[in-house]
Design a protein around this ligand. Structure first.
Ligand code: NDP
Length: 236
């Protein structure tokens, strides 16, 4: 039953979102993924969408609904960083990260909620970060955007829970993608030393958690924060 459901992943062109798309495709879901640049994996419906633009979000959902059917599983994964110390953080550094990571998630969730409510089924998965819970110097904007997703998920759980809609947060730790490739080697080594698993995470580690939360077996789990961080946050 669950395998043929329709899933939409934001930010499916690379990194974690791309691997999530591949995981769901391989599990038999009908998968769509957004991209601004690049392309999405084979067998996945690609829809151009910048999550900072509500009109593009609406158009992407309309396309997915026409091609695959109503979105039953939403994975809000698109995210950016603009790291700098607080005293140097410009309005643009702050606003652009909040607009993509937090308001962008709001835009897709808002568009997804009504059809899910009507269909009496929904799985919403918000991709946060260990940094949203632990904090991180130079990432005040990013950490704030990611921490806010937890309040969002718990409010959605209370609002939509009786309609068979769950909303959970996945909080990855340090995952080896383009986002982290820009960090200095010393920073990466510092993280490694603090991760009980002794290694950086892989996008597949996050995809496996998302796949579980979307499945029928996770129907009674909602409002949870699921860390995928090798123990870095000790379960928070
Ligand atoms: P990448 O930089 O590799 O990928 C980011 C994705 O987000 C891309 O597909 C990009 O699309 C998309 N994206 C960015 N801005 C927008 C936008 N305005 N509208 C639509 N799509 C957008 O990052 P990761 O794969 O590492 O990160 C994925 C998510 O996981 C993010 O939310 C990130 O914060 C989170 N995360 C990552 C961790 C890590 O260690 N890597 C740790 C914890 C959380 P395009 O290429 O088209 O621009």
């Amino acid at each position: 039953m669950q395998e043929s459901r329709v899933v939409l992943i934001t930010g499916g062109s690379k990194g974690i979102g791309r691997v999530i798309a591949e995981y769901f495709r391989d599990a038999g879901y009908r998968v769509a993924a957004t991209h601004r640049t690049g392309s999405v994996p084979e067998g996945v419906l690609g829809v151009v969408c910048d999550v900072t633009d509500q009109a593009q979000v609406d158009a992407a959902f309309t396309t997915v609904e026409a091609e695959l059917g109503p979105v039953e599983v939403l994975i809000a994964n698109a995210g950016v960083t603009k790291d700098t110390l607080v005293a140097r953080m410009s309005d643009d550094d702050w606003n652009s990260v909040i607009d993509t990571n937090l308001t962008g998630t709001f835009r897709v969730v808002r568009r997804a909620a009504r059809p899910m409510t009507r269909g009496r089924f929904g799985r919403i998965i918000l991709v946060s970060s260990v940094v949203g819970l632990l904090g991180s110097p130079g990432q005040m904007n990013y950490a704030a955007s990611k921490a806010a997703l937890i309040g969002m998920a718990r409010s959605l759980t209370r609002e939509l829970g009786s309609r068979n809609i769950t909303c959970n947060v996945v909080a990855p730790g340090f995952i080896d993608t383009d986002m982290t490739a820009v960090l200095p080697a010393a920073t990466i080594d510092g993280y490694k030393a603090r991760i009980p698993a002794g290694r950086l995470g892989d996008s597949a580690d996050v995809a496996a958690a998302a796949l579980f939360l979307a499945g029928d077996g996770a129907g009674y789990i909602s409002g949870a924060v699921v860390p995928v961080d090798g123990g870095l946050g000790m379960g928070h």
